[in-house]
Design a protein around this ligand. Structure first.
Ligand SMILES: *Cc1c(COP(=O)(O)O)cnc(C)c1O
Length: 350
């Protein structure tokens, strides 16, 4: 049986969180002399002399509406990378507990676990990049606190079937994290709707990809109110800056623009794949539900270096297990993609 109380680290369960001035007082005041801010102002014209809302309620209300969840089922992090780190710190006892990942996958799960001195178990994907359930089952032990599933997966590009992930979550007593950084580029539905059916589910999303706002550092976790409370307990009090909060509110007012960009990227993706498939140096293009393509080539190292000479940077995945010979190419603008294809078509590469 899934038991959240039992899963949380002892020190986190006992933790008395920092109580910031702005958390204790939420009403309307005339004069704020409670937080040691500078009431005189700053060199900037726009006033940033006050601490931002620690729980970002305005934004959460909007995002809750859009996703049909409650505002208290949302955590906002300084990028979803912050959510990944907090999850490990909330649930994993260093040198005792472990997490399970399914490589090849996003590198931050492993780095965050390493930083926190938490062991990593691996259940590699199958050759066609599907989840290997037998391997997953055999790797899980009584100290496995968390499974990380990235869907659509980075760097392979494919998403996993929803029922497969649901089954995993139902048969596992730890936390299942579904990282949906690329979900907006997929035709599959998000897993957010499942947070009320699966008490151990955490869904991550980000404003860094589809929303085109990587520079703002803004990531989301969706989960039960109880799990979100744990995030709020552990997070730095003012983890999202006022500038980021303002900008995100503006962006949320222009959702249709974001939808249009996604459609444009999907169209560009199709054309890029078509053009890549005509190149002799390309031996395989993996199916993708993301804004990048994993491409198998005759010589990834050579092509990678050649492109650098052309001042074009792609991601070399040659040294990643199961991705030998592969480059991961982000879908750019039509113009950028054309220039890439032109460079890749040169005779020197064959
Ligand atoms: C890009 C990416 C993220 C985004 O991280 P942020 O910290 O929100 O920028 C998360 N997960 C995966 C799999 C990614 O590829």
């Amino acid at each position: 049986m899934f038991n959240l109380e039992k899963l949380v680290r002892e020190n986190i369960r006992r933790l008395k969180p920092y109580s910031s001035a702005r958390k204790e007082f939420t009403g309307e005041a005339r004069i704020f002399l409670d937080a040691n801010e500078n009431s005189f102002g700053s060199p900037l014209e726009r006033n940033y002399n006050r601490y931002p809302d620690p729980l970002q309620w305005k934004i959460k209300q909007k995002i809750a509406e859009i996703n049909s969840v409650e505002p208290n089922e949302i955590f906002i992090g300084n990028g979803s990378d912050e959510a990944i780190d907090l999850l490990i710190r909330i649930f994993c006892e260093p040198r005792k507990d472990n997490i399970l990942i399914c490589p090849p996958t996003y590198g931050m799960y492993e780095v965050s676990a390493d930083i926190n001195d938490v062991e990593i178990k691996r259940a590699n994907l199958t050759k066609d990049f599907q989840l290997d359930f037998e391997k997953i089952e055999s790797e899980i032990d009584e100290n496995t606190k968390m499974l990380f599933i990235c869907s659509p997966n980075n760097p392979t590009g494919n998403g996993f079937a929803k029922f497969e992930i649901s089954n995993l979550a139902r048969n596992f007593n730890g936390i299942v994290v579904v990282d949906e950084a690329y979900i907006h580029f997929s035709d599959e539905e998000s897993f957010i709707t499942e947070i009320n059916n699966l008490p151990n589910l955490v869904v991550l999303q980000t404003f860094s990809k589809a929303w085109g706002l990587a520079g703002l550092r803004f990531g989301l976790a969706f989960a039960s109110e109880e799990i979100i409370e744990l995030f709020n307990k552990v997070k730095p009090p003012y983890n999202i800056s006022e500038i980021a909060q303002e900008a995100i509110l503006d962006a949320l007012e222009n959702r249709s623009e974001m939808e249009q960009t996604i459609a444009d990227i999907k169209k560009a993706r199709e054309k890029l794949i078509e053009n890549l498939s005509r190149l002799e140096i390309v031996t395989k293009i993996y199916p993708t539900d993301a804004n990048f393509v994993l491409v198998k080539t005759i010589d990834a190292e050579k092509i990678y270096k050649f492109l650098l000479g052309e001042k074009i940077v792609v991601r070399n995945r040659n040294n990643v297990e199961l991705c030998e010979g592969c480059l991961r190419i982000t879908v750019g603008t039509p113009d950028e993609n054309d220039k890439l294809i032109e460079s890749l078509g040169q005779n020197r590469l064959r």
